[in-house]
Design a protein. Structure first.
Length: 533
């Protein structure tokens, strides 16, 4: 039996010798027992020079002392311990061993020997120390970096902020960590930022975003953040790291540049309008003046030669009168638009029957329009609507819209003036079956000096002031004007005026109490609708 035991023991020792792990036993606190090759090779000695030798005869004194001290604890407490001990290897290098010392007990609970198992963790410890040093260096760089750096959870709760972040928002580290960074952002931007954070994916972990923030004293600033999302093994975001720079001044410069560009564009557009306007005005002034001058020269020539006939005399007088009206219309419009711009144009509101005013104006031009072979219709769903208005300016508004309708409606077409009572508002609509307005021109037709046809050879003249003046007069009544048009099929101008009453007036002026002779006004307003003779 004893022989079998020995052979088994030898077999175990051979197996232990082949292990890479350093193994040895201690007969007592200071004497080696069995030593495997891995430990012997580590010490650079033969096994026979170690086994059954005192620790101080194998190791350096200080190393032996530390080993004995830890072994004594195992021997006394009969419990396993894990220790780290520095032992010099075969190259004379101090190595840190991770040693597990386990007491092997007999049936009487006495220690037979202590089994020691060791790993060389010098490189691991070195890496750990280097990592700690690197971590400290990284932390120092992050903490002292001039850019704002923070980390936060998916719900926005801050877990780390550096000094630059604290300085920018004028808060301490403790005031920021644990709170959500969204508390520094205007509430109206929260939803967009949440959508942005939810857009990260494993395939797209780094993104850039700009938003404004408010510091503790209410100062608003803009930052550009580069955010990186970190995911767990299940693909869920666990944290964000964000680096931000203040772009407030850049934003201001950019906005200033854009604003200056807009101003430059407006100046250039205005300069273009001025050039077109003065070119057009010179044409508008020169044409009637040339006609007046030519007519007067023709009259003078015929009178001199006694060949002036009465029928021609009246014709020439009409030419002179029409062009005088045309000049008067242009001058009146220029004066009035200048007064409106300067705030010196006043309207005189009194209570009138607006239906009666619009109907009288429309009927006053009916004969003239129908002479152009254009059918004119007036229709209303209310016979009387008393409201505060200036009848002279309402007259100018309606005549301008009717003259435009006549200009661009071919013979055989229709012009319809409708009025609708909407209770608190009255609607006046002037609709025609003319050439219509191109879709890209609808937004600019009320702009001053704007003309759809800019050529000097167009059939009907105009300065481009009429619709702008009309819009201003409508707004001075508290109303608004809009246009609907389909190119090639006609246009409809829709005026919406608020129904207001001047309570201080004792008498409500109704039908027949206002001027109903519109001949002079019609002659002026329609003066630029003519056929070249």
């Amino acid at each position: 039996m004893q022989t079998i035991y020995k052979s088994k023991l030898e077999e175990y020792k051979l197996m232990l010798d082949d292990l890479d792990i350093q193994l040895w036993t201690l007969h007592d606190v200071e004497t080696y027992g069995f030593v495997n090759k891995a430990h012997a090779n580590f010490l650079g000695k033969h096994k026979k020079d170690i086994e059954n030798k005192k620790l101080r005869n194998v190791l350096f004194d200080i190393e032996a002392y530390i080993c004995i001290e830890s072994t004594m604890k195992v021997w006394q407490e009969k419990k396993q311990i894990i220790t780290k001990e520095w032992i010099t290897n075969n190259k004379g290098e101090a190595c840190l061993l991770h040693i597990t010392k386990t007491p092997i007990l007999d049936k009487k609970n006495n220690i037979k020997y202590i089994l020691c198992k060791a790993y060389d963790i010098t490189k691991d410890e070195d890496r750990k120390n280097k990592f700690k040093i690197s971590q400290k260096q990284y932390s120092s760089i992050v903490e002292n970096h001039h850019d704002m750096i923070c980390r936060f959870l998916p719900n926005g709760k801050l877990t780390f902020v550096n000094r630059a972040y604290c300085y920018h928002f004028n808060k301490t580290h403790d005031e920021l960590v644990g709170t959500t960074f969204l508390s520094l952002v205007p509430e109206e931007d929260h939803e967009n930022i949440k959508k942005y954070l939810n857009s990260f994916s494993i395939e797209n972990t780094i993104k850039t975003y700009e938003h404004c923030s408010i510091n503790s004293i209410g100062q608003v600033s803009w930052q550009r953040w580069t955010d990186e999302a970190f995911f767990d093994v299940n693909g869920q975001i666990i944290e964000f790291q964000s680096v931000g720079i203040d772009i407030t001044e850049l934003k201001k410069a950019k906005n200033s540049l854009q604003e200056n560009q807009k101003k430059l564009d407006r100046i250039m557009e205005y300069d273009k309008l001025k050039t077109e306007f003065f070119a057009n005005i010179s044409h508008e002034l020169r044409t009637p003046l040339n006609l007046i001058l030519s007519t007067l020269q023709l009259i003078a020539y015929q009178e001199k030669n006694n060949i002036l006939e009465l029928k021609y005399s009246r014709k020439y007088q009409n030419i002179v009168k029409q062009n005088c009206y045309r000049l008067l219309r242009l001058i009146n419009n220029l004066i009035d638009i200048t007064k409106i711009d300067s705030g010196y144009f006043d309207i005189h509101l009194k209570n009138y029957n607006i239906v009666n005013i619009v109907e009288n104006i429309t009927l006053s031009v009916a004969e003239y329009i129908e002479n152009k072979n254009i059918h004119l219709l007036f229709d209303t769903d209310v016979e009387e609507k008393i409201m505060a208005c200036d009848p002279n300016q309402i007259e100018r508004i309606i005549l301008n819209l009717l003259s435009n309708a006549v200009k661009f409606t071919e013979p055989g077409g229709n012009i319809i003036v409708n009025m609708y009572d909407k209770g608190e508002n009255i609607i006046i609509a002037v609709k025609d079956t003319g050439i219509g307005i191109p879709k890209d021109k609808l937004e600019i037709i009320f702009h001053r000096f704007t003309q759809i046809d800019k050529s000097f050879t167009r059939n009907h003249e105009g300065s481009g002031i009429g619709l702008s003046l009309t819009e201003s007069l409508v707004k001075m009544h508290g109303g608004k004007i809009a246009v609907k048009s389909q190119y090639g099929k006609g246009s409809e101008f829709i005026i919406e005026l608020p129904v207001k009453i001047i309570e201080s007036e004792n008498t409500k002026v109704k039908n027949g109490n206002i001027k109903n002779d519109y001949v002079e006004s019609i002659n002026v307003e329609f003066s630029d609708i003519y056929s070249i003779i």
